[in-house]
Design a protein around this ligand. Structure first.
Ligand SMILES: [Zn+2]
Ligand SMILES: [Zn+2]
Length: 406
């Protein structure tokens, strides 16, 4: 049984969540606007963390601060708190983008903007905590709230949260995370079982040759030509070695050789991203990429130094948990408003949690064409239809209680 049967008691609980959600809705929007206007970059979320802590205290919840430096953890214990623990997660960092929206809550920090909706995730989770704290006599188990730093920057704040014990004492049975989705209208919620988002590693290749006059290539080792061969050859790792059933991508978005029309440079630098949805393939592909780049350069008389900045693992949405919270969403917003979404080769550090315990990451629709809210995340005009915040907090509260019951 995946969803809570809607008995009189649970109907009552569902209605209680909905009425608390409606009562707090304006306040949650104000919290979102405050965080939006005061964005901080990854691992610098000092004031945001203080603000989150003060909000939690104002609800009567005492958080533990300083987890992963600027992260926080809080718990709400229901009756019989040892029965089961469920974790809920929000991220708090903003991006190095200058906001172009002309809104009352526009970023007051020039060059920094909540352009990925982490202000929404944080305020929504605060709303969830406020709601559940009022209902703690009505459920059994413990709900743990994770407010993490640094989702946007390697190695990912989630990895530090785990290092600092966010998934211990006791280990939660599962973890649920939400992300805004500008492709989905506000009011809709999107789910995907199984593989959902990609691992993401950064590749930095330095091709070293021997520079000289462009008219005398015989006296040089031309790193531009070597780099060209490497770029073309590495695409074969994807097309000839990866299983066609596994999505994977290799893109080089930067190449620089500081020569001129008649100057062969000493070296060429190439930078790119490698993405995959299978950890075994990821490990073997990174080895193949390194070996191929090194040996092509060597075969052509030069050298290639390969540096890999390892990013987040791929994100697996636990099927059973995803079905459970999807059913909870059907009960909360109606079947018409629950949709299946496709995989994406974007990356998200929530994936670290999914490597440790059953995890599910779903999407909160935030688009509204009639209000002109259509910009994608990571753009200077990104914004959300705040009507999504009428749903987000209560929905996650209902999901958590559904998960605690089984
Ligand atoms: Zn982002
Ligand atoms: Zn994000």
């Amino acid at each position: 049984m995946c969803s809570i049967p809607l008995t009189d008691d649970t109907m009552d609980l569902l209605e209680k969540i909905k009425s608390l959600s409606a009562a707090y809705s304006d306040q949650i929007v104000d919290v979102r606007r405050y965080i939006h206007a005061n964005p901080e970059l990854s691992y610098q979320e000092f004031n945001t963390a203080k603000y989150v802590a003060s909000q939690l205290r104002s609800y009567g919840i005492e958080p533990t601060e300083g987890i992963a430096t600027t992260g926080l953890i809080a718990e709400i214990k229901g009756k019989n708190p040892g029965k089961k623990t469920v974790a809920l997660r929000a991220d708090m960092d903003a991006l190095p983008i200058h906001e172009a929206n002309n809104v009352a809550y526009k970023s007051k920090n020039p060059g920094v903007m909540h352009a990925c909706g982490h202000d929404v995730h944080t305020s929504s989770l605060l709303g969830t905590a406020k709601i559940l704290n009022e209902l703690k006599d009505h459920f059994e188990g413990t709900i743990r709230f994770l407010f993490q730093p640094g989702e946007e920057k390697n190695p990912g704040g989630a990895s530090y949260m785990i290092r600092d014990g966010a998934l211990e004492n006791p280990r939660p049975a599962s973890i649920i995370g939400q992300h805004v989705f500008p492709l989905l209208p506000a009011g809709k919620i999107g789910f995907r079982e199984g593989m959902y988002m990609a691992s993401c590693d950064e590749l930095y290749l330095k091709v070293i040759g021997k520079g000289g006059h462009g008219a005398a290539p015989d006296l040089c080792i031309d790193p531009i030509v070597i780099a060209s061969h490497i770029i073309i050859a590495l695409q074969q790792v994807i097309s000839r070695n990866a299983s066609p059933k596994q999505p994977t991508v290799l893109t080089f978005g930067k190449i620089s050789g500081e020569g001129a029309t008649n100057i062969i440079p000493n070296e060429v630098n190439i930078a790119g991203t490698f993405r995959a949805m299978n950890e075994e393939w990821r490990a073997s592909a990174l080895q193949k990429i390194t070996k191929m780049a090194e040996s092509i350069a060597e075969g052509m008389g030069g050298k290639c130094e390969v540096e890999i900045s390892r990013g987040y693992p791929y994100l697996e949405n636990n099927p059973e948990l995803t079905r459970k919270i999807r059913n909870a969403a059907v009960q909360y917003v109606g079947a018409d408003n629950v949709v299946d979404i496709d995989i994406t080769l974007g990356a998200e550090d929530f994936s670290y949690y999914s490597q440790v315990i059953p995890a599910s990451f779903y999407r909160l629709g935030t688009r509204n064409e009639t209000k002109g809210i259509t910009s994608y995340v990571h753009t200077p005009t990104f914004d959300i239809d705040e009507d999504a915040l009428k749903i987000g907090p209560g929905l996650m509260a209902w999901m958590a209680l559904t998960e605690l019951q089984h």
